[in-house]
Unconditional design. Structure first.
Length: 274
C-alpha cells in the first residue's frame, strides 16, 4: 500500500465527512451518527440525493468501462470514498486484467478499507494513497510509483469538485479550476478526465437547501452551473454525449429505468486530452 508521507490522522467523529455521508446514502455501514444526522437532514430537504448517489456510482462504472474499452490501462481515482462494489478496479480489470489503478482519499476510514480496494488481478496493480486532492504533489508523487505518466491515464474525480471552492484567495482557498489544470497538465496525450458535479440548474431550491446543510456542518459546498462545470474541460475534447445529467451519460438499461424516477441535479462528462 502506498501512502502520502504524512501519517494519516485519527478519525474525527465530531464532524461529518463527505465520504461517510455518501456511504450512508448508499446504504453502507461505515459512518458515524454525525454523518447519518447530516445525511438524513439533507435527504429530508432533497429527496433526490439517494438516487444521485447511486447515479454517480453508475456513471463512474460506465465511464471507466468506456475508458478501458478505448484502450486506457491506467486509472487515478481521487476522492475514492468508502468501497462499494463493483469498485473502479473491478470494472477496469474486468475488461483489461493488466490495468493499473491508484485510489486516493483523505478520510482515514477509507484508508482502513484499503485492503478491500487492493484486491487486484495478478496481471494488474491496485494501490492506495492517503492524501488530499488540494495537495497535488502528495497525490502525484506516490501515484507515479504505480502509474507511468508518460502514458495515458484516466483521471477520475466523481462527485468531488463541488467540495472545492473556485477562489485561491478565498476563505477556503481551493482554486478548483487551478487544481484540475494542474492534474491534467501531468497527463499524457490520450488521457481522459472523468467528472461529475452537483448543479443548481436542475433543482435550484433543493440544492441550495442541501448545500446550506453541508456548510452549516463545516463542509464547504459549491454547486455549479453547466457553464461553470464546462470550465473544468477547457482545452479537452469532450466525448459524446457531452456534458449531461449524470444518468443520461451513455445510459445502460438500469440507468434508463432510474431516469424514469426523475433527473438528479448532477452533471457528468468525460473528455480526452489531445
Amino acid at each position: 500500500m502506498t501512502e502520502s508521507e504524512a501519517a494519516p490522522p485519527a478519525v474525527d467523529t465530531s464532524r461529518p465527512h463527505p465520504a461517510r455521508v455518501y456511504d450512508w446514502w448508499l446504504g453502507g455501514k461505515d459512518n458515524y451518527p454525525v454523518d447519518e444526522a447530516l445525511a438524513r437532514r439533507i435527504l429530508a430537504l432533497d429527496s433526490t440525493v439517494l438516487r444521485g448517489a447511486r447515479a454517480n456510482r453508475r456513471f463512474m462504472q460506465r465511464a471507466v468501462r468506456a475508458a478501458a474499452e478505448a484502450g486506457l490501462r491506467q486509472f487515478l481515482d481521487i476522492g475514492t470514498g468508502i468501497p462499494t462494489e463493483p469498485n473502479l478496479h473491478q470494472v477496469a480489470q474486468g475488461i483489461a486484467p493488466g490495468s493499473r489503478i491508484v485510489y486516493v482519499d483523505n478520510d482515514p476510514i477509507v484508508l482502513r478499507h484499503a485492503e478491500a480496494l487492493l484486491h487486484s488481478t495478478a496481471e494488474g496493480c491496485t494501490t492506495y494513497v492517503h492524501a488530499d486532492v488540494r495537495a497535488p504533489d502528495t497525490v502525484l508523487r506516490p501515484a507515479s510509483g504505480t502509474l507511468d505518466f508518460t502514458q495515458p491515464v484516466a483521471l477520475s474525480l466523481v462527485a468531488l469538485t463541488h467540495y472545492l471552492s473556485d477562489e485561491p484567495d478565498g476563505p477556503d482557498g481551493d482554486d478548483a479550476y487551478g487544481l484540475l489544470k494542474r492534474y491534467v497538465s501531468e497527463l499524457a496525450p490520450g488521457s481522459c478526465l472523468i467528472l461529475s458535479q452537483v448543479t443548481p440548474d436542475l433543482s435550484p431550491e433543493a440544492v441550495e437547501r442541501a448545500a446550506d446543510q453541508f456548510r452549516q456542518s463545516g463542509t464547504p459546498f459549491f454547486p455549479r452551473s453547466l457553464a461553470e462545470f464546462s470550465r473544468f474541460f477547457d482545452g479537452l475534447e469532450l466525448l459524446g454525449p457531452g456534458l449531461i445529467p449524470v444518468s443520461g451519460w451513455r445510459p445502460e438499461p438500469e440507468d434508463v429505468a432510474a431516469q424514469a424516477e426523475g433527473i438528479v441535479p448532477v452533471y457528468a462528462g468525460v473528455a480526452r486530452k489531445p
